[in-house]
Design a protein around this ligand. Sequence first.
Ligand SMILES: Cc1cc2nc3c(=O)[nH]c(=O)nc-3n(C[C@H](O)[C@H](O)[C@H](O)COP(=O)(O)OP(=O)(O)OC[C@H]3O[C@@H](n4cnc5c(N)ncnc54)[C@H](O)[C@@H]3O)c2cc1C
Length: 478
Amino acid sequence: MPENFDVIITGSGSNGISAAIYLQQKGIKTAIFEQASTPGGATRTEELSLPGFKHDVGSAILPMGYASPFFRNLPLANYGLEWIFPDIPYAHPFADGSAHAAYQDIDKTAAQLGRDENAYRDLFTPLVENWNKLENDLLGPLGIPAHPIDFLKFGLKAIPSARMLVNHYFKEEKTKVFFYGSAAHSTLPLTNIASASFGLVLTTMAHRYGWPFPKGGAQNFTNALLEYYKSLGGTLVLERNITHLEELPQAEAYMFDLTPKQLLNIKGLDFPGLYRSRMSNYNYGAGVFKIDWALNEPIPFTNDKCKLAGTVHLGFSQKEIEDSEAFIHKKNMTDTPYVLVAQHSNFDNSRAPDGKYTAWAYCHVPNGSIKDYTKIIEDQIERAAPGFKETILARSTMNTVQLQQWNPNLVGGDINGGRQDITQLFTRPIVSLSPYSTPDPRAYICSSSTPPGGGVHGMCGFNAAKKVVQDHFKDIKV
Ligand SMILES: Cc1cc2nc3c(=O)[nH]c(=O)nc-3n(C[C@H](O)[C@H](O)[C@H](O)COP(=O)(O)OP(=O)(O)OC[C@H]3O[C@@H](n4cnc5c(N)ncnc54)[C@H](O)[C@@H]3O)c2cc1C
């Protein structure tokens, strides 16, 4: 390992790696220090259930990993990354055995929606067509938008709650439930301001790019990023839990792929009391309860659209999903939670031994919950796929505490590095013109606790790294 680095990054999540790659591309010498024995943070794959069954422990479906303005320009195919596009990005089954599918084709999707056909097309066509004008403004810190009219038009749709949006645009209960399926990724009550924005962005991704995932597991995305990083001369150091700045080599700047609570625990940083107090007021969101299954056969969904979808959203009425996402913030749960299911092995036979399958799912739960939600998740799947339980060979479950033990950034099981409500969506971790900077001029935060928040897109790391270049390497053009 060389002794001198320009910038040291603590944490090898997708944001730590994107920061390191950007800097290394600029000729700035970097090293990543990671506490775990495998890199990738919440983008890793392990044989959790039985030998030969590869499960994505955290992130699993990576539309933003594919489409992110930073990642999509990297030559990751040369470093082993293969994307798999399921026939249908996502589907949503209903109690009567029917289902709606988000096809990449908007017209085909709209054609399923009865009286909402035109409204759906009118809502999403401009977003899909203008996404290239919106993406940089939406995936960065709050600032003057490059395309103010398009940004304003998006904002008018995105600022309402998901409930307000569906009641304004749609007439059919099934269309409303279908939209809730993607809006509920926000982990917010669907009556909260801006909860609509998640449904708009994720559905736009489905129509514009699809919802792909890496062949062989999310780990292969991390591995391709790191192989490319190493080809640029970058250094990765594993099994180094950083607790004090002194444990890191001397550098011009230090970037932390950590959430606020963890950053405040790093000793040797010069943070005044006011900053510490503002950062300690940062809010974490609800947690998740995660299950991975080894299966004897694919999930036996009644509806064929669900069998052809990489992701299936479960929640059988508007009220059911609303209650599910509202109760978790009151430290409570319904017996019929909103559940996200991914079924990679239907499309990727490298995930399981011959003729066998995997499935991945989670439901949102109160932050810090240690209850076992296996039964209610499996009961929800049975409603759309009778006989599912008989296909199970083995399962692995992780409650919020186990998730945090696996990756310390998942505070209380929060998978997004902090609550993503209107008060923390663009202004995370604190309200600041430069959210990646800290009062210590050497230290920067680059995790999903900064804009644009959770998801595997690397944009937090990319934006933070640009700030480091502007502040410390003034001769280099960002
Ligand atoms: C169950 C689950 C499902 C998800 N599903 C999806 C999905 O399908 N699609 C999607 O886009 N996103 C998904 N996400 C969210 C996504 O994974 C995260 O938003 C993203 O990984 C955040 O990246 P990050 O770099 O900010 O942090 P992380 O990926 O959490 O990385 C932080 C890294 O810092 C390391 N670290 C922490 N403390 C220290 C220390 N003191 N010293 C050294 N290293 C340290 C950690 O070990 C970790 O490697 C999911 C997350 C989870 C947990």
